[in-house]
Design a protein around this ligand. Structure first.
Ligand SMILES: *[C@@H]1O[C@H](CO)[C@@H](O)[C@H](O)[C@H]1NC(C)=O
Ligand SMILES: *[C@@H]1O[C@H](CO)[C@@H](O)[C@H](O)[C@H]1NC(C)=O
Ligand SMILES: *[C@@H]1O[C@H](CO)[C@@H](O)[C@H](O)[C@H]1NC(C)=O
Ligand SMILES: *[C@@H]1O[C@H](CO)[C@@H](O)[C@H](O)[C@H]1NC(C)=O
Ligand SMILES: [Zn+2]
Length: 543
C-alpha cells in the first residue's frame, strides 16, 4: 500500500483508519526555485589588492626572542603534517610553504591587540548606487543589517589600532617602477601614470577618503618624492568595509534566481579580506513576494564568501590553533585541498576535519569536507560544500527555504581555519542532514538507495526535517541523487494559513499548527470515507 505525506499533530491521530487508495495531491504545486550563487564567477574577475610589501620598514621583520619559540612552532607543525600525512589514494592539490607566512605574521605586531574582538563590519553606499524608493531602502538596510549582526556574533578578529585605509594599485597609478634590486627605491614608483583617477571594485568607485595615498620617487636612489595623492582620512572602528549597492545589473538579469552577489577586493598584510562589494539585485528586492529571511540568508552566505570562504583564498588560510597555546603568531597548513579516491575534492583543515568527523560519526579521522564538484573550476576547486553531503548548510551552492538552512559547525570551523578569525563555534546551528551516517554518506553510489535522507522516484513525501511536505527530486548539484524538496506553496506544516479546507485535511485529519510535523501515512478519518469517495468521483487521480 502506498503511503502519502500528511501533516499531523499527535493529539489529532484519533478516529483514523487505513485508507486503501492514497490520493496524489498537490499536483499543481511546483517545487521552488531558490537562490543560486555566482560568487566564484564574480570573484575570479577581481584583481585583489593587498598592501605593498615595502610599506613596513625592515625592522618590523626582525625576529627577536620569539625565534626560539618559532622553532617549536615549526616542529609542532611537522608533527601535525605527519599526523595528517597524505595517504596513497589521496592526491594533495594545494600545498603551502610556511616560511613567508610566519614572517609576515610578525608585521604590525605592535599595532595588534592581543585578544580577538568582535568583528566590525561597516557598510558604505557607493555614490553610483541608483536611487531607491523608501521601502526598497528599508528592505535593503534591514536585510543587510540583520545579516551583519548574525555574522558579527560569530566572528572575532585581531583588531588593528588604526583607521582602515585601503590600498591603491601601483600598476594603475604608476607608469614605471624601479626594478633594480640594489637601488634604494626598488619596487617603488618612478613615474606617475597620466590617466590614473582612482580605485574601483566590481563597478564601485572607492572614495579617496578610504584610500591610502601614493607617491613617486623620480630618482632610483634619492629619497625625494612627489605626492600624487595624499592619504585619505580612513574609516574608523572598522575591520571590514562592505560596499553595498542595490542595482539591476546584467548578472541579475541573466538569471532571476540570483538574489545577490559579491566579491572581496582588498586584503590586509595577513591576507584577511578587508574590503568587498555586495550587489543586491534590485528586482527581487522590489517584488511583492519579497522575503526578508531569504534575503538575510543570501547576504550571510555572500558575506561568508567575502570574509574568506572562497576558493581563491584557500592557499592563504593559516592555522593559529597550536600557536595560540604557545604564544606564537601563526603557521600554515601543509595541505588544504586533496582529492579522494572517488575524485571528490575535499577541504582538509584541522577544525573542519574534526567537525565533519563528529558530524558523520566516522572513524575516518582525516576526512576533509567535500567541495561541490558541479560548480568547480578546472582545478576542481569550489567555494561551496558538496550538496549531497552537506545539504542544508549555509555554504552549499543553492540555498533552500531559510527555515531549513543552518549556519553549521563545519562551515564555522572552516572560518576558524582561515586563521583570520576566532569563531564562536558554540553558536553553530545543528545540521541534521547526514548526522551519524558515516564517511560514505551522500556518495553518488550510496544515495540511490532510499533512506531517511534520500528518496527514489518522483512521488510526494516529507522533507527530512518533517517540517514540509515535499516532492522527490534531484537538481543540478545532486548528480542524480534525489531528496524530498519542499513545495513552492503551502507545504509548511507550521502555517495555519496552509489549511485550505480541502484535500487531505478533509479525510485524513491533517492539521497545520506551529507544532505539526509531516509524516508518511495511509490512515484516514473514519468519518471521511464518503468524502473520499466524492473526491474520487470528481476525478482526482489515485494510484
Ligand atoms: C643597480 O643599482 C646599483 C646601485 O645604484 C648600480 O650600481 C647598478 O649599476 C644598477 N644596475 C643596473 C643594471 O642598472
Ligand atoms: C557513533 O558510532 C559508534 C560506532 O559505530 C556507535 O556506537 C555510536 O552509537 C555512534 N554515536 C552516535 C551518536 O550515533
Ligand atoms: C559564544 O556564544 C555563546 C552563546 O551565544 C555565548 O554565551 C558566549 O559568551 C560566546 N563566547 C564568546 C567568547 O563570545
Ligand atoms: C499560494 O497559495 C495561496 C492559496 O492557494 C495563494 O493565495 C498564493 O497566491 C499562493 N502563493 C504563491 C507564491 O503561489
Ligand atoms: Zn556561494
Amino acid at each position: 500500500m502506498v503511503e502519502f505525506p500528511v501533516i499531523f499533530k499527535q493529539e489529532h491521530l484519533i478516529q483514523m483508519m487505513p485508507f486503501p487508495n492514497p490520493i496524489l495531491l498537490l499536483l499543481l504545486l511546483m517545487p521552488c526555485v531558490w537562490g543560486k550563487c555566482i560568487f566564484d564567477e564574480v570573484q575570479s574577475s577581481i584583481r585583489v589588492l593587498s598592501p605593498p610589501d615595502n610599506r613596513s620598514s625592515p625592522s618590523d621583520w626582525a625576529f627577536k626572542e620569539d625565534d626560539v619559540k618559532r622553532e617549536v612552532s615549526v616542529n609542532e607543525q611537522e608533527d601535525w603534517l605527519t599526523h595528517v600525512q597524505i595517504q596513497n589514494h589521496q592526491k594533495a592539490i594545494l600545498q603551502y610553504s610556511p616560511s613567508q607566512r610566519s614572517k609576515r605574521m610578525t608585521r604590525d605586531r605592535s599595532n595588534v591587540i592581543d585578544k580577538p574582538q568582535p568583528i566590525r563590519i561597516k557598510t558604505w553606499t557607493p555614490r553610483e548606487s541608483p536611487v531607491l524608493s523608501q521601502w526598497e531602502t528599508e528592505r535593503l538596510e534591514a536585510a543587510v543589517s540583520d545579516a551583519i549582526n548574525t555574522v558579527s556574533k560569530l566572528l572575532a578578529v585581531w583588531r588593528v589600532n588604526r583607521k582602515l585605509l585601503l590600498s591603491r594599485d601601483i600598476n594603475k597609478y604608476c607608469r614605471f617602477i624601479w626594478r633594480n634590486s640594489s637601488s634604494a627605491n626598488f619596487n617603488k614608483c618612478g613615474r606617475a601614470s597620466d590617466n590614473y583617477r582612482t580605485e574601483s571594485c566590481l563597478g564601485v568607485t572607492i572614495p579617496d577618503d578610504h584610500l591610502s595615498g601614493c607617491v613617486v620617487y623620480p630618482h632610483p636612489d634619492q629619497t625625494d618624492l612627489k605626492v600624487i595623492k595624499p592619504d585619505g582620512v580612513g574609516i574608523p572602528d572598522t575591520d571590514v568595509l562592505l560596499y553595498v549597492k542595490a542595482q539591476s545589473t546584467d548578472k541579475c538579469r541573466a538569471d532571476s534566481s540570483v538574489l545577490a552577489y559579491s566579491a572581496h577586493c582588498q586584503s590586509n598584510s595577513e591576507g584577511r579580506p578587508v574590503a568587498g562589494v555586495m550587489v543586491i539585485c534590485r528586482e527581487p528586492l522590489s517584488i511583492e513576494g519579497f522575503s526578508h529571511e531569504h534575503m538575510v540568508q543570501t547576504v550571510i552566505h555572500e558575506l561568508l564568501h567575502v570574509l574568506g570562504f572562497s576558493k581563491e583564498l584557500f592557499s592563504k588560510w593559516t592555522d593559529r590553533s597550536l600557536s595560540s597555546q604557545i604564544g606564537m603568531d601563526s603557521f600554515s597548513h601543509g595541505q588544504v585541498i586533496y582529492t579522494d579516491e572517488s575524485g571528490q575534492m575535499r577541504l582538509c583543515t584541522p577544525n573542519v576535519n574534526k567537525a565533519l568527523h563528529t558530524h558523520l560519526n566516522t572513524t575516518h579521522t582525516d576526512l576533509g569536507a567535500p567541495l561541490e564538484n558541479q560548480d568547480a573550476d578546472s582545478r576542481g576547486f569550489s567555494s561551496h560544500w558538496e550538496a549531497r553531503v552537506l545539504q542544508g548548510s549555509i555554504m552549499t551552492a543553492m540555498l533552500t527555504e531559510p527555515a531549513l538552512v543552518r549556519i553549521d559547525v563545519i562551515t564555522l570551523s572552516a572560518l576558524q581555519d582561515t586563521g583570520w578569525y576566532s569563531v564562536n563555534l558554540s553558536q553553530a546551528q545543528n545540521l541534521l542532514w547526514g548526522e551519524n551516517e558515516g564517511a560514505f554518506f551522500g556518495s553518488v553510489s550510496t544515495c540511490k538507495r532510499s533512506s531517511s535522507f534520500f528518496c527514489t522516484g518522483s512521488g510526494f513525501g516529507c522533507h527530512y526535517l518533517h517540517l514540509h511536505k515535499g516532492v522527490c527530486q534531484s537538481d543540478q548539484y545532486l548528480e542524480g541523487c534525489r531528496i524530498y524538496k519542499p513545495l513552492a506553496n503551502g507545504s509548511e506544516c507550521w502555517k495555519e494559513e496552509n489549511e485550505t479546507g480541502s484535500g487531505p485535511e478533509v479525510w485524513s485529519g491533517e492539521i497545520f499548527r506551529s507544532d505539526s510535523r509531516c509524516f508518511l501515512s495511509n490512515i484516514i478519518k473514519e468519518a471521511a470515507v464518503t468524502d473520499t469517495g466524492a473526491l474520487e468521483r470528481t476525478g482526482t487521480r489515485s494510484r
